[in-house]
Design a protein around this ligand. Structure first.
Ligand code: 1GP
Length: 254
């Protein structure tokens, strides 16, 4: 059987787009979780991303185990640091913050996590993580003590992704940061898509179906929505439908 990562690569080759729902343990409403998970099932959500740059509650472990009880949708850790390892999850975005110049988030945290990950059954997804300026200082840029890529510097993003790919990273993630005022631009997504062959995840500030559609049409393989769904649960269905519609179109192509 294929690993989750092999399926991700296969989907990219087929042009099949995926939707990941980000669940932040600090914000999640545990009473609504099972309804939300049922909706994710019904609407073919591909992954749960779980985490955040700063987790203030102690709910990460119980969130992951609860999600595993409720469904078979893969749970992918989206860690802010090596404190955020939960071995019951399916995979981990092993993020190297390549848009920044803080060695701690490029390699430091990884060294501390490596021996634990080596022993675990988690699938490791080596990811070039690029933060993009979105008009507000996001928690992640503050916590990581890095400067994001300027909003309209598409070629900086493209060259950063190219270098990440040349260093052997298998996946790129363009993130405007959770709660961004505006999502990553379609032009930047297109520039990164053109510059690399790795699958591309895009998230941050996607708060309507049109933003999701435009990110996918520009080249994103996986889109991530977190905050928007916490605020308005109906967004989950809207975005899921946009993804399904795009996939239905590509299936009719010769
Ligand atoms: C943040 O990409 C994710 O790292 C999702 O962001 O919470 O703004 O949807 P939002």
């Amino acid at each position: 059987t294929k690993t989750l990562f092999q399926k991700l690569i296969q989907n990219k080759q087929l042009g099949k787009k995926s939707f990941a729902v980000l669940i932040d343990p600090d914000k999640v409403n545990m009473h609504r979780l099972s309804d939300m998970v049922a909706q994710c099932h019904a609407h073919e959500v591909a992954y749960f991303f779980v985490g955040g740059s700063l987790i203030a509650s102690d709910g990460l472990h119980s969130l992951v185990t609860r999600l595993k009880e409720l469904s078979d949708i893969p749970v992918v850790l989206f860690p802010g640091s090596n404190l955020h390892l939960v071995f019951e999850a399916d995979a981990i975005l092993f993020l190297s913050l390549i848009s920044g110049r803080n060695p701690e988030f490029l390699i430091g945290q990884h060294v501390a996590a490596a021996p634990l990950l080596k022993k675990s059954k988690l699938e490791i997804w080596p990811t070039g993580y690029m933060l993009v300026d979105s008009g507000v200082q996001t928690t992640v840029s503050y916590i990581s003590n890095t400067t994001p890529i300027p909003y309209d510097k598409n070629s900086v993003a493209a060259c950063t992704a190219m270098a990440g790919e040349m260093l052997g990273l298998k996946l790129m993630y363009l993130d405007a940061g959770s709660g961004a005022q505006k999502p990553v631009s379609a032009r930047m997504i297109a520039a990164v898509t053109k510059a690399t062959d790795t699958p591309l995840i895009v998230g941050g500030g996607i708060t309507n179906a049109q933003a999701a559609r435009s990110a996918l049409e520009a080249g994103a393989d996986v889109i991530v929505v977190g905050n928007g769904i916490e605020k308005d649960p109906s967004l989950l269905v809207e975005v899921a439908k946009a993804v399904q519609e795009l996939n239905a179109k590509t299936e009719y192509l010769p």
